[in-house]
Design a protein around this ligand. Structure first.
Ligand code: F6P
Length: 361
């Protein structure tokens, strides 16, 4: 086995609180514990197509970044070097820059990569691994929907922010006897909505994994009113699947994240004749300082990824299993998205304390 002298660290996709903690852990352990050099690639794989910004890290250069949100490397959630989309003369063009990336890897003297990313970025990493690059992946997404790891860093911070928002909406909803909807992130899976909804004591939680209908939603609000609770809090995962039509048969328009809760509110207003307000939480769930849990998880994942590089164990992704940091083959890690199981204990617990999912169960 040839020893890795220089490892590059690259992150791609949406940022997540804890990214800087991973970078710091990689730099410190690679230099301090393994005597490797570390190069930072900027703005995802774009930085390998245009490598002018690539910079060698020193231990000093990552000082003070542990509590910082975002990523000091910059990121992008576009830009797949195997099929890079641009607009040329008003027309869409697609280029394969993967060969250029391989050439720049050699020119920069990079022996191995630590790639921090979600589903999209890790698929690109897997494709590069198939072309011979030595890669260790670190899972990253606030959505917590990667099946190979129990938890992703950034998730804990996101649910803290969402829970705080639900707490705040509680008091104003109660004072005004309103129905309040809060839309949280989670493109494919309902983890943020479920966890923040439970932690914030939401009355109704709508997630992609449990189809809801408007009749049951309204009945849940009415039942609360009969108990003297004139207000209801509904947490909506942005990826929730909307019914095709409302109970009167009127078609519900297709909506994108950011306007899902508003679309639901439109129908609810007509059915409930109550005051309804909507909050779309958006990117505040991703910004700002990571929680202690995310800082520690990110640090452990970064150190373990670096240890794998030092041991020459590539095409793997580090992960959290129970209380242990382990690793799985990259191919296996990408196999499927982790959805909320409607029959799971956590959903049962939510139902048992009176939370409704807008279905008839
Ligand atoms: O995957 C993370 C995530 O924050 C999703 O929850 C959300 O749908 C998406 O990224 C938002 O992406 P963008 O930053 O491009 O708006």
């Amino acid at each position: 086995m040839t020893k890795v002298k220089t490892v590059a660290v690259v992150n791609g996709g949406g940022d997540a609180p804890g990214l800087n903690a991973v970078i710091r852990a990689v730099v410190r352990s690679a230099i301090g514990a393994h005597g490797m050099g570390v190069i930072g690639i900027h703005n995802g794989f774009d930085g390998l197509i245009w490598p002018e910004g690539a910079k060698e890290f020193s231990e000093e250069s990552v000082s003070g970044i542990l509590p910082r949100g975002g990523t000091i490397l910059g990121t992008t959630n576009r830009g797949n070097p195997f099929g890079y989309r641009t607009t040329e003369d008003g027309m869409e063009a697609v280029h394969d820059y993967s060969g250029l990336c391989l050439e720049n890897t050699r020119r920069l003297g990079i022996d191995a990569f630590i790639v921090i990313g979600g589903d999209g970025t890790l698929h690109i990493a897997r494709d590069f691994a198939r072309h011979g690059l030595k890669i260790v992946g670190v899972p990253k997404t606030i959505d917590n929907d990667l099946s190979a790891t129990d938890v992703t860093f950034g998730f804990d911070t996101a649910i803290l922010i969402a829970t705080e928002a639900i707490d705040r909406l509680h008091t104003t909803a109660e004072s005004h006897h309103r129905v309040m909807l809060i839309e949280v992130m989670g493109r494919d899976a309902g983890w943020i909505a479920l966890h923040a909804g439970m932690a914030g004591g939401a009355h109704i939680i709508l997630i992609p994994e449990i189809p809801f209908n408007f009749e049951d939603l309204c009945e849940a609000v009415h039942k609360r009113e009969i108990r003297g609770k004139g207000y209801s809090l509904i947490v909506v995962a942005e990826g929730v699947k909307l019914p095709r039509s409302d109970p009167s048969g009127k078609a519900i328009p297709a909506t994108a994240p950011g306007s899902v809760a508003n679309t639901i509110a439109f129908t609810l207003r007509e059915m409930l004749h109550k005051e309804i307000r909507v909050t779309v939480l958006g990117h505040v769930q991703r910004g700002g300082s990571p929680t202690p849990f995310d800082r520690i998880l990110a640090t452990r994942l970064g150190v373990h990824a670096t240890d794998l590089v030092a041991r020459g164990e590539f095409s793997r992704m580090v992960c959290l299993r129970g209380t242990r940091i382990e690793s799985v083959p990259l191919e296996e890690a990408l196999a499927q998205i982790k959805f909320v199981d409607p029959g799971s204990e956590i959903v049962h617990a939510a139902r048992a304390i009176g939370t409704t999912f807008g279905d008839s169960a």
